[in-house]
Design a protein around this ligand. Structure first.
Ligand code: ARG
Length: 401
């Protein structure tokens, strides 16, 4: 049995109760680790709360840069969207959190890590499979999955132990947020027929008035500047979020297939993620050679599945990262995004020093470099097989056999 546990601590009701509950029921020492992945929050208060709940140690780590550069960046290069839509907001943040849970477990000589996920979701899979990959010797404890407390009972438990919880009964939604976007579940959203009420949205409330254009510059597959202003990735995403979100663009309403076999209705708002993914894919259209582009497109859904399914730390994922990295060598250039009301953001133009778009080949104007006479023979050979097959059909139809 574990003696000392590092808990992925969010500061919310469940993980706060989990600190005390594990201490009382399992007799373990709990180290609470809160990770800042760009969700926002009062970190001093969260630290205090963990201590008040009974944690022997409360740690807050600012992981925003690492999360952006080592987790979001590879996913962006891979155009990773689960089921073609969801840019993997929660799926990407769990592995970086696990990496630091494991590091803290080593530092504090803990023999287990713990998380506050229920048994119905994907996040438990990501926490546990990532731990199995990085530290197979560590035990994983999932108190929320086993304790069978209702929300009311958890609130009661917190009150009984004087755990300072700010329970906002007003929000019926379950939210997960980081710098790549915001996820919203529960409440009325559990009926897939119901339109999401406007109050679920925070990042995509339309406040802009005039159209705007912004130029996103990419270097080897990653965005590095907005309108010529260089920014580190985690800040750049936030900036695009604010601009594009103010046009009410960047919402997803989908029914998705969870790893555990449940279909669930999910609302996402991630204007920055969706705009950057759109711009990146567009620049690839300009700069990737055809076969490479097609093969990459074939692998992208596989990449997204691996991330979604908790296999961030896995051999196939590593191998795909190597392929994707190589493919990005020449994905350098600018993409012009145009935002306008209501709720519109489009790619209005793209350019690159290493573009494969050749005006002299593509133009229909007279002065081109294309050898028209080559086309005749090329097309005849291209269609030769089909022509031979067709001739046989004709022969048969006329009773020639
Ligand atoms: N369905 C999304 C996913 O599996 C979002 C999960 C949100 N997580 C949460 N604990 N609320 O990645």
């Amino acid at each position: 049995m574990a003696k000392r546990v590092v808990l992925a601590y969010s500061g919310g009701l469940d993980t706060s109760v989990a600190v005390r509950w594990m201490g009382e029921e399992l007799g373990v020492e709990v180290i609470a680790l809160a990770a800042d992945v760009g969700q926002g929050g009062d970190w001093d208060e969260i630290k205090e709360r963990a201590k008040a709940a009974g944690a022997v140690e409360a740690i807050v780590l600012d992981l925003r840069e690492e999360y952006a550069n080592e987790y979001v960046a590879p996913a962006l290069k891979a155009n990773a969207k689960y089921e073609g839509k969801y840019p993997l907001i929660s799926s990407l943040s769990r592995p970086v959190i696990v990496k630091h849970l494991v590091a803290a477990a080593r530092q504090f000589n803990a023999d287990a890590i713990a998380h506050g996920c229920t048994g119905k979701g994907n996040d438990q899979v990501r926490f546990e499979v990532s731990t199995m990959a990085l530290a197979p010797d560590l035990e994983v404890i999932a108190p929320v999955r086993g304790w069978g407390l209702t929300r009311e009972q958890s609130i009661e438990y917190a009150e009984r132990w004087n755990i300072p919880i700010t329970v906002t009964k007003s929000s019926p939604y379950s939210i997960d947020q980081n710098l790549w976007g915001r996820t919203i579940e529960c409440g009325i959203l559990e009926d897939p027929w119901e339109a999401p009420p406007e109050d679920v949205y925070e990042l995509t409330t339309p406040t802009a008035t005039d159209p705007v254009e912004l130029v996103i510059s990419f270097e080897q597959g990653l965005p590095v500047a907005i309108d010529g202003r260089r920014l580190p990735l985690h800040e750049l995403i936030g900036e695009v979020d604010r601009i594009v979100g103010s046009y009410g663009w960047g919402r997803i309403d989908m029914v998705e297939n969870r790893r555990v076999g449940i279909k669930s209705r999910e609302i996402y708002e991630c204007p920055g993620a969706l705009a950057l993914l759109m711009a990146h894919a567009d620049l690839e259209d300009l700069t990737l050679e055809r076969d490479l582009a097609h093969e990459k497109a074939r692998l992208e859904p596989r990449y997204a599945d691996l991330v979604y399914d908790g296999l961030w730390f896995s051999p196939l994922k590593q191998a795909l990262d190597a392929f994707v990295d190589k493919s990005q060598e020449f994905v350098t250039g600018d993409v012009r995004l145009r935002c306008e009301l209501p709720g519109r953001c489009i790619v209005a133009g793209r350019r690159s020093e290493v573009s494969l778009y050749d005006y002299a080949l593509a133009t229909y104007e007279a002065a081109d470099r294309f050898r028209h006479q080559d086309a005749e023979g090329f097309v005849r050979l291209w269609g030769l097989g089909v022509a031979t097959w067709a001739a046989r059909q004709v022969g048969r139809a006329s009773g020639g056999e």
